[in-house]
Design a protein around this ligand. Sequence first.
Ligand SMILES: Cc1cc2nc3c(=O)[nH]c(=O)nc-3n(C[C@H](O)[C@H](O)[C@H](O)COP(=O)(O)OP(=O)(O)OC[C@H]3O[C@@H](n4cnc5c(N)ncnc54)[C@H](O)[C@@H]3O)c2cc1C
Length: 322
Amino acid sequence: MAKVFVVVEHRQGLIRDATFELVSLARELQSASGLEPTAVVIGHGVRGFAGTLSKYLPRTFAVENEALADFRYETYAAVLKDILERETPLVTLCPQSAFGMELFPRLSVESQRPCATDCIKVEMDGAGLSVVRSIYNGKILSRSTFAPSGGYLVTVRSGSYAPATEAGSAGAVEEFPCPPFKTPFRTEFLGYREAAAGAVDISQSPFLVSIGRGIKDVENIPKAQELADRLGAVLSCSRPVVDKKWLGKERQVGTSGRTVKPKVYLALGISGAFQHLAGIKGSGVFIAVNRDAKAPIFRAADYGVVEDMFKIIDALKEQSGS
Ligand SMILES: Cc1cc2nc3c(=O)[nH]c(=O)nc-3n(C[C@H](O)[C@H](O)[C@H](O)COP(=O)(O)OP(=O)(O)OC[C@H]3O[C@@H](n4cnc5c(N)ncnc54)[C@H](O)[C@@H]3O)c2cc1C
């Protein structure tokens, strides 16, 4: 039976969320095309991760070795090349992250398998394996079909698939031997350095006023900022507001932005795409304002107001004592 492998990304003792999104994709490929899904966990001290993955997929390979403690493309690519040669999966998936971006193109060269990067959709049909990518700054979606090959490598953009939930049954975990490495290595792992915190850390705010594309124009941003200031809240936003460079990336909520857990989340002019909602799971009171009564955000909100957001901004400013 043809197989689909998910390369598990982990860092500093945690499995990265993007891995669980790939589990969803692997399950989709299983139901649509019968591919048998397997997780591949590489590292040192990763047997616990393998146990976690076994709750999601029927099979997990664990490759355990001291030399794999920190990510180095030379060792990880050697392990994966060995697994691909022995197991011949048809599709191998990895997150489009710093990890995946370094690993998969190199693995493609070394394993002689074609690779498509930064995909937002992966599908199999009679014509073979095809991928959808967002190009020209998100203005166009392009679909490409791989030329026939014995195996394909694909990196997937974070947020493209909803994270999977546990399967409810325990899958098998198999230890896979670690191949010998070519030494000396050409790269050296120096350590982790946390990104410098920006002026605003929306993940720490107990009250967020969040704006979406409904804000319409950069000229309206000060209105929302003033409301946030008066309410003692921090201003955050959906991705289109960042894409237009109306607010900085550090204010973006969602799968490709920050995950937040405020006590109050007030969403103004945001439609409620899953990539946005995934970033506010675990928030306290969630209030949505949208002029479209059918906006999906109302299915997730605790309170919904069907109204023009600017009327609500004015009314709240008035209430807060202008
Ligand atoms: C890989 C990937 C990752 C992504 N990551 C993120 C992410 O991290 N965060 C994120 O937010 N998105 C993310 N997105 C984008 C996401 O899919 C949505 O496109 C985005 O969340 C939509 O933003 P929005 O709700 O502001 O805009 P829209 O979907 O355009 O919605 C605007 C809403 O405003 C309402 N509106 C308009 N005018 C008014 C008004 N005057 N008063 C009241 N309501 C009004 C409309 O009815 C509409 O519902 C990602 C997408 C991809 C493919």
